[in-house]
Design a protein around this ligand. Structure first.
Ligand code: 3PG
Length: 213
């Protein structure tokens, strides 16, 4: 039987989109959940960039409709707090061996951030097979992923940083890319608008592109 973390990774690879969300106001979380669920985007990464990250993870996890994870995790304490509040996966900007060890021991999906071959080597030595490639646009985008996939042919990538509506399919068409992440999918700023037609249209367009890529 597969581990929970392996199953989650497979689900992420089939969803292909990992929205990255920074929360300044809990009021918009219901709308966020509704829009993600109606568009069948089941994953959400809430970032440790504001004080509301933990209540937001807890609130979004409550209904069981979404697979909620924590992003921008930089310490073991943050990883543990996130899991205690319902996070099912952890994303970090860099390789943090103690966070990786904690997640692997507890069968929690962990995607650590890398930008260079040395980073990937460090992640692999910690037992990781799928890494976040961040910041993807600045560190060479698809050219870099292709070059890194030479020596690291057995590693998969989740690019984030500078991914947008125009380039996300190019990344997804690379066989080493399992999904793309970023703030381009849905943001609090968009949810704050009274009329969400523009946001709904954007999500429809994203999913159309995904279907036809
Ligand atoms: C990340 O941590 O993955 C990035 O900050 C996402 O970058 P983006 O805002 O350009 O999507």
């Amino acid at each position: 039987m597969k581990n929970t973390s392996e199953n989650l990774l497979e689900q992420l690879a089939s969803t292909q989109l990992l929205p990255l969300y920074t929360v300044n106001n809990l009021t918009y979380l219901d709308k966020l959940e509704h829009l993600l669920v109606t568009n069948d985007i089941r994953f959400i990464e809430v970032t440790f960039r504001t004080k509301l990250v933990l209540p937001a993870i807890e609130k979004l996890s409550a209904s069981g409709n979404l697979i909620v994870g924590a992003g921008t995790v930089r310490t073991l304490a943050e990883a543990k707090a996130a899991v205690e509040h319902g996070a099912k996966f952890i994303v970090s900007p860099v390789v943090i061996p103690e966070v990786i060890a904690y997640c692997l021991e507890n069968d929690i999906l962990i995607v650590p951030g890398v930008a260079t071959p040395s980073d990937i080597q460090k992640a692999v030595e910690c037992g990781i097979k799928t890494v976040k490639f961040f910041p993807a646009d600045i560190y060479g985008g698809l050219n870099a992923i292709n070059a890194l996939s030479g020596p690291y042919y057995d590693v998969n990538f989740l690019p984030t940083g500078g991914i947008n509506q125009k380039n996300f399919c190019d990344y997804l068409n690379n066989e080493k890319v399992i999904a793309v992440g970023g703030s381009f999918i849905i943001s609090e700023k968009e949810l704050m608008q009274e009329n969400n037609q523009l946001l709904e249209d954007k999500l429809t367009e994203l999913l159309d592109k995904l279907k036809n890529k």
